[in-house]
Ligand binder design. Structure first.
Ligand SMILES: Cc1cc2nc3c(=O)[nH]c(=O)nc-3n(C[C@H](O)[C@H](O)[C@H](O)COP(=O)(O)OP(=O)(O)OC[C@H]3O[C@@H](n4cnc5c(N)ncnc54)[C@H](O)[C@@H]3O)c2cc1C
Length: 417
């Protein structure tokens, strides 16, 4: 019998990681993507490999905070009101997930996933000799007000209960740790467990490694139709012809639910649009990445400059840029980091990406119930870059007949069916 033939749909971090582990286990792998793969959500993100992000978006308090944000055009979170069945269902499920017990259960799973994924990144980079600016001295959550700092203490307690390295720092202690930036703050929370890198550099190098390993890439190939026969996927119809395999993995990020509708598989998921831009020579370069908490803005010192990222707009799968929200990001940076002035942002080129957001903040990872040769890996929301490797390894293990590292009903693909 020849090698198992697998097609992976989507060349984001989830698709590339799945292809990597499958190939390492001896499969014959083809990756299909409707772009050249260099500008998807996995490239322009903030680059955090972040076990500290234990709390999903749907958490107690978010609904009332969200309503306040909705009324401000420059706010970090926005849901475009639409009379759309999928959005309404997603909203109801989101509300149902925002309870203390559900968040606790989700955090336990996210902890396992993030920590194991960070280790896998380190192994991939060592084994394949990839240099993508990976660093692990931690991350700061900068709090402008005392009351935000107090709220963040809850997160520190939770992180510590998992054994993660987390501590609350005074203003002076933060300045000692980050001497390059004069933050306007009450204090910060330091997560020593977090790492970061330059994601677009990693993605490019990872792709080159995959090609060397013998993975076949079909770029600019749009999956249009999935043909099934009974309980089995028979072939994929694309604008570049038909493709067949023994097993199929859907890793198409925010577009996954649209493709799954063809097969009557319901995976509630909304695209959460975010923006980023990179300042090649910033007035001051921080040593550590930081989240400007009240502004929900992420700043990351990368290989080619300071990347600034933010906003979460639930408004469909268009990649159009809303200038008011980009201005909201800039305003937050200036407020938190007064060394930065308006003219520092005059040349920015804004990138937009779509986070695939499930209602409960946990990804869909595993086999579809109805089709024996279809697997799904998507819905990682704000943690997709962090969770690519563990997702890829779990899917590869499932396909090659090994037990995945983490098995949880909370990750099941059709848990909302
Ligand atoms: C501003 C911002 C900052 C972020 N910061 C972080 C961070 O610091 N850390 C972190 O862990 N995560 C972060 N994220 C989230 C993370 O980037 C995403 O969760 C992750 O990249 C999703 O990866 P993916 O492989 O699922 O999807 P994608 O990267 O979106 O890849 C999916 C691919 O599928 C292709 N595709 C779709 N439909 C079809 C079709 N019909 N046929 C063929 N191909 C198709 C798409 O073109 C795309 O290339 C951030 C996101 C944003 C927007």
């Amino acid at each position: 019998m020849g090698a198992k033939k697998v097609i992976v749909i989507g060349a984001g971090i989830v698709g590339l990681s799945t292809a990597y582990f499958l190939r390492k286990q001896g499969a014959d792998v083809t990756v299909i993507d409707n772009t050249d793969g260099s500008n998807n959500c996995s490239n322009g993100n903030a680059g955090y490999i972040s076990p500290s992000h234990l709390v999903p978006l749907a958490s107690p308090g978010i609904i009332s905070q969200g309503i306040k944000w909705m009324l401000n055009a420059e706010s970090p979170f926005y849901i475009k009101p639409r009379l759309n069945r999928d959005l309404i269902k997603w909203g109801l499920l989101f509300k149902r997930s925002a309870t203390v017990s559900k968040v606790d259960a989700a955090a336990k799973v996210l902890y396992q996933l993030t920590v194991q994924s960070q280790t896998l990144y380190e192994k991939i980079m060592a084994d394949e000799n990839i240099e993508a600016g990976y660093k692990k001295p931690g991350l700061l959550m900068i709090c402008k007000t005392e009351s935000t700092l107090k709220d963040e203490i809850e997160l520190v307690t939770m992180a510590k209960s998992f054994g993660l390295d987390a501590e609350v720092l005074t203003r002076e202690e933060t300045e000692e740790m980050e001497p390059n930036i004069q933050y306007n703050m009450a204090g910060s929370v330091y997560f020593g467990c977090d790492a970061w890198m330059t994601p677009n550099v990693f993605m490019q190098k990872f792709k080159e490694i995959l090609i060397q390993l013998g993975v076949n890439f079909q770029y600019n190939t749009q999956l249009e139709k999935i043909i099934h026969k009974g309980f089995s996927i028979e072939k994929l119809v694309t604008n570049k012809g038909e493709f067949t395999a023994d097993e199929y993995v859907l890793a198409a990020g925010s577009w996954s639910p649209i493709l799954m509708k063809q097969l009557k598989i319901d995976i509630p998921l909304q695209a959460g649009k975010g923006y980023s831009f990179t300042l090649p020579s910033p007035v001051a370069m921080p040593k550590l990445p930081s989240i400007l908490v009240e502004g929900r803005v992420a700043t990351t010192p990368m290989m080619h400059g300071l990347r600034i990222a933010g906003t979460m707009e639930i408004a469909g799968t268009q990649l159009t840029i809303n200038e008011r929200r980009v201005q909201g990001i800039i305003k937050s940076v200036k407020e938190f980091m007064p060394q930065f002035e308006e003219q520092d942002f005059s040349q920015i080129e804004t990138w937009a990406g779509l986070r695939p957001c499930t209602p409960d903040g946990l990804p869909y990872i595993g086999r579809a119930k109805k089709y024996k040769n279809l697997l799904i890996g998507t819905g990682h929301a704000m943690l997709g870059f962090t969770l690519g490797p563990i997702t890829g390894q779990m899917l590869s293990h499932e396909i090659m007949g090994e037990k995945p590292a983490i098995v949880s009903p909370l990750l099941e693909v059709e848990r909302f069916a």
